[in-house]
Design a binder for this molecule. Structure first.
Ligand code: HEM
Length: 263
């Protein structure tokens, strides 16, 4: 056997490889020394040929952290000499890790109801008290505002292609004359009333008079709604529908003057 392996190895390794040492064993010796890791085994009938590399590696931080370097090295093939007890890393040995945190208790999922947390197993503050936040059910439930349908249906209209909010912004920036007047004017109500047509619509909001003609097809509420205030003071109607809309910003390029009392 030994001579066969020696001839096989010498043919498999044609060039001289001085670092490889071929060791031979006395076939009668049952006492094999497996700790000789620095040489390639030549006896072929050993079990260590397929042994995995040491993990964690010998000089790694994991091993250095352990108390006994040799004891924590996993050597799965090696039998222990102390009474046949398998040598385990410290963390796996029973009784040695009293300082480790015990595993968390398994919550009894069977008794859980959807949306109702089990007392405090989730660690959510206030989850044990159902009315702690004044929300019926629990603090984990979505607020009722998101579970109910909106009270009012949107009255927004579908705008024609090319008439979206960005298009209006682009038109304002284009430099095109959207006012139709040369300079800002003092406008009495009698004058405002004359601009009440679709192709010539003025409207007053908070004392400022705007030419809304060009904005009509861009209005998300529709042309018809906006035309209701043509030739009128639209302040009240505007506030009733969408007080959050910034009319001064939206129509800044359409300002024609300021509403003044009739003389
Ligand atoms: C010229 C001034 C006005 C501007 C700049 C303007 C602008 C807007 C904007 C930006 C929206 C969309 C609001 C949103 O997305 O939340 C909107 C919606 C709407 N506007 Fe106006 N608006 C004006 C005047 C008016 C007036 C005077 C009326 C009523 C007569 C009106 C009726 C509506 C309606 C009904 C909607 C749909 C609201 C909804 O249900 O979502 N708007 N408007």
């Amino acid at each position: 056997m030994t001579s066969y392996l020696r001839s096989w190895l010498s043919s498999a390794l044609p060039t001289a490889q001085p670092e490889v040492t071929i060791t031979t064993h006395d076939s009668s010796s049952e006492d094999r020394d497996d700790s000789d890791n620095d040489t390639v085994k030549g006896d072929g009938d050993g079990d260590d040929d397929d042994a995995p590399p040491a993990f964690p590696s010998l000089n790694s931080a994991q091993r250095i952290g352990g108390t006994n370097l040799t004891a924590t090295a996993p050597q799965p093939q090696k039998r222990s000499t102390n009474g046949g007890e398998t040598q385990l890393p410290n963390v796996l040995r029973p009784g040695t890790d009293a300082k480790l945190m015990p595993p968390p208790p398994v919550p009894s999922l069977a008794t859980r109801k959807p949306g109702v947390p089990s007392t405090s197993s989730l660690g959510v503050p206030g989850s044990g008290s159902r009315s702690s936040l004044g929300v019926p059910g629990s603090s984990l439930m979505p607020p009722p505002t998101t579970t109910k349908a909106p009270a009012k249906k949107s009255r927004k209209v579908e705008l024609a292609p090319g008439y979206g909010p960005l298009d209006w912004g682009n038109l304002k920036k284009s430099g095109r004359d959207l006012r139709g007047v040369d300079s800002l004017m003092r406008i009495p109500m009698s004058v405002l009333k004359q601009h009440n047509k679709k192709d010539d619509a003025w409207s007053a909001f908070n004392g400022k008079v705007y030419n809304i003609t060009h904005y009509l097809p861009y209005h998300p509420g529709g042309e018809k709604e906006l035309l209701r205030v043509a030739g009128r003071d639209g302040t009240k109607l505007f506030a009733l529908t969408h007080a959050w809309v910034n009319v001064d910003f939206m129509l800044d390029e359409c300002l024609v003057g300021f509403l003044v009392p009739d003389s």
